[in-house]
Design a protein around this ligand. Structure first.
Ligand code: ADP
Length: 633
């Protein structure tokens, strides 16, 4: 009877009650079943830990062991995955298992309200204080929310725009297509349709337009689709971008101007130097000179060569800096080039009592620019001699380098380089304190060499021990010997023997500089060619209309009609049936693209100033066709 009354009381209680044994549910009342959303059978025998949220497990265990019955927060797991926040208290039962008792609980509305309130406050603060504009629209593009940042950005008060179509803040093309865009986004999920990932412009209330970045998200509220766009004004970003582009463009222009300045400077410097060196060379063909005169001429030649070297080095460096360096890689037999460079360095080595030893002979072939390889090796060899000691030596070895490259090591027994100075060795114009010494130099040879080697796919390094000597090494890409290209290595030009037979026919020289006119005439005279000289393209065209010439040697930069225009006109005239006349450019302009420019204009070949008489002879022999052979064609 007492048990029945107790059961009635248990069932009639307004609080949810669970009787447990400290671990599992023994019995539950109807209120508990209703609150937990499960039937009596679904709850009985279930462990309490399977019904409550994990973070509350330890709190529950502690409370069940205490007899004071003070209320505590407990979260129950609901069948739909939600949580039920309750205030609970536990009372021990005597006579059962050790921690058996009754757990009474009721829903804690306060808690979820507080949680909602906190979320609202958080969202509200975020919405109100965000720097970016937040705009929410429904699926038809009608604005449903517009935050204060959006008000500032667009100049609309939120009440003005809410309920209106969002296209109001769009620029024309997007405004007209907005509905299509929404459709495309919804059907195809194409984010670009909504302005994401593409530059977009927005329009303020006053009609002014500005660039924006847009991030878009879609959400479902009560089964309805809404879009929230987060927009950022990127006007400043864009103008910084524009400034950067402008800065880049003006830097490129400045670079271009520097290049052009160098090109014309090289022309200006080389033209008089051409005359100095050329006239000095002519004396080598004169047998009537006194010994004193021969010495004087030799000094003029030496000083001219030094000046030419300086101009070339400064130009090289400038070309490297402006990215205008032109390289013509070809298979180069390294042993041959090395021997040639050793022969050129020998007089200097002998005068300083330094011996040169080539310790290995190699049939290795590197793929590089022949002239530049010589320039690099001459720089390293002359340094090894210059910075050596009397009685010292220079040893050159060839070995296999990294990644199938060929490694050339030039070791000297000189003064070496101090550890703290070695990192400055590739700095332009830094002579590491040698500027005050007797040793001549410019301080840019090594910088140029390093750039050249690297531009040819190799590298240049140094190892040095003060007072013992230095090892400079160069690695260059090799050409496999079985490669047929390797056997086709061009042989160095031999000096052409002096030609004593007069050539039939006439050369037309087009040159505006008087010294160069004279030099060219004398060089051609020495080589047994007859020549006539005119001073510009216009005079050349007159001369050509009156006489036949076998070949034209023309400067490029001249007044009235320059060499390029002259060539183009001649080539046009030849289309009427005239036979082709060889045209060779002689120019001081040393910049990249010059050869292409000459060939494009229709020239057959190219000689760079200062013109070496041997090169001139080879060039003439290559293109010379006596008058009879032309008449025959
Ligand atoms: P420079 O025209 O002065 O020789 P480089 O660029 O060829 O210019 O070399 C830069 C500097 O590096 C030289 O001035 C010299 O101080 C140092 N240097 C170059 N090669 C050697 C070497 N083999 N031994 C010692 N010092 C060297």
């Amino acid at each position: 009877m007492k048990k029945e009354r107790l059961q009635q009381f248990f069932e009639a209680a307004t609080e949810a009650l669970i009787i447990h044994d400290g671990r599992q549910v023994l019995d539950v009342n109807r209120v508990a079943c209703d609150l937990l959303g499960r039937s009596h059978d679904e709850l009985v025998d279930k462990p309490l830990t399977s019904l409550t949220a994990k973070p509350d497990h330890s709190r529950l265990t502690i409370q069940m062991k205490q007899a004071d019955g003070l209320p505590f927060n407990l979260q129950w797991l609901l069948p739909d995955g939600g949580l039920l926040h309750t205030l609970s208290h536990s009372k021990p039962l005597s006579g059962g298992a050790e921690y058996s008792g009754v757990l009474a609980f009721y829903e804690n509305h306060q808690h979820s309200l507080a949680a909602d309130y906190a979320t609202q406050i958080r969202n509200h603060t975020f919405w109100e204080t965000a720097i970016d504009a937040f705009i929410t629209t429904d699926k038809f593009g009608i604005v449903t929310a517009f935050n204060p940042a959006a008000e500032t950005m667009f100049g609309f008060y939120h009440t003005e725009i809410m309920g209106q179509n969002v296209s109001l803040i769009m620029t024309k093309p997007d405004r007209n297509r907005h509905d299509d865009h929404i459709q495309r986004y919804r059907l195809e999920g194409d984010p670009e349709a909504m302005g994401m990932n593409r530059p977009l412009y927005a329009q303020r209330k006053d009609g002014s337009v500005f660039p924006v970045n847009i991030a878009l998200s879609e959400m479902q509220v009560d089964g309805e689709t809404y879009f929230t766009s987060v927009l950022r004004d990127i006007t400043e970003l864009k103008s910084a971008e524009r400034e950067l582009i402008q800065a880049k463009e003006s830097a490129e222009k400045a670079n271009q101007a520097k290049s052009e300045f160098l090109s014309s400077m090289s022309h200006e410097l080389r033209t008089p130097l051409n005359a100095i060196l050329g006239f000095a060379q002519l004396f080598n063909f004169d047998n009537n000179l006194t010994e004193q005169q021969i010495d004087n001429v030799h000094e003029i030649g030496k000083a001219g060569e030094h000046l030419l070297k300086l101009i070339n080095q400064v130009l090289d460096l400038a070309k490297i800096e402006t990215g205008n360096l032109a390289l013509q890689p070809e298979p180069v037999p390294i042993n041959e080039v090395l021997k040639e460079c050793l022969a050129l360095t020998l007089p200097m080595a002998e005068s300083r009592h330094v011996t040169l030893n080539l310790s290995t002979n190699s049939n290795a072939v590197v793929y590089a620019d022949n002239t530049r390889v010589k320039q690099i090796l001459l720089n390293l060899l002359s340094n090894a001699v210059k910075y050596n000691r009397p009685g010292g030596s220079v040893n050159i070895s060839i070995s296999s380098g990294e990644q199938g490259r060929i490694k050339l090591t030039i070791s000297d027994t000189g003064q070496g380089i101090a550890k703290d100075k070695i990192q400055d060795i590739f700095q332009p114009f830094n002579r590491l304190g040698m500027a005050d010494s007797q040793v001549e130099g410019t301080g840019i040879g090594l910088v140029i060499s390093k750039h050249l080697v690297e531009n040819m796919g190799g590298n240049l390094g140094v190892k040095s021990i003060p007072d013992e000597g230095s090892d400079f090494w160069v690695e260059l890409p090799s050409v496999a010997l079985e490669n047929p290209g390797a056997s086709a290595v061009p042989q160095q030009h031999q000096l052409v023997a002096e030609n004593k037979t007069r050539h039939d026919g006439l050369i037309l020289v087009v040159e505006d500089n008087v010294a160069n006119q004279l030099l060219m005439k004398k060089q051609l005279e020495t080589l047994q060619y007859d020549a006539e000289i005119v001073t510009n393209g216009s005079e050349a065209l007159d001369a050509l209309s009156q006489k036949n010439y076998q070949l034209i040697l023309t400067d490029c930069n001249m007044p009235i009609i320059n060499g390029f225009e002259l060539t183009k006109t001649i080539r046009q005239q030849e289309q009427g049936g005239k036979s082709h006349i060889p045209i060779v450019a002689i120019t001081a302009n040393a910049l990249k693209g010059e050869i292409e420019h000459c060939l494009e204009a229709g020239m057959d070949d190219y000689l760079a100033k200062p013109v070496n008489i041997v090169n001139l002879q080879q060039m003439l022999e290559k293109h010379w066709r006596p008058p009879e052979s032309i008449n025959e064609t």
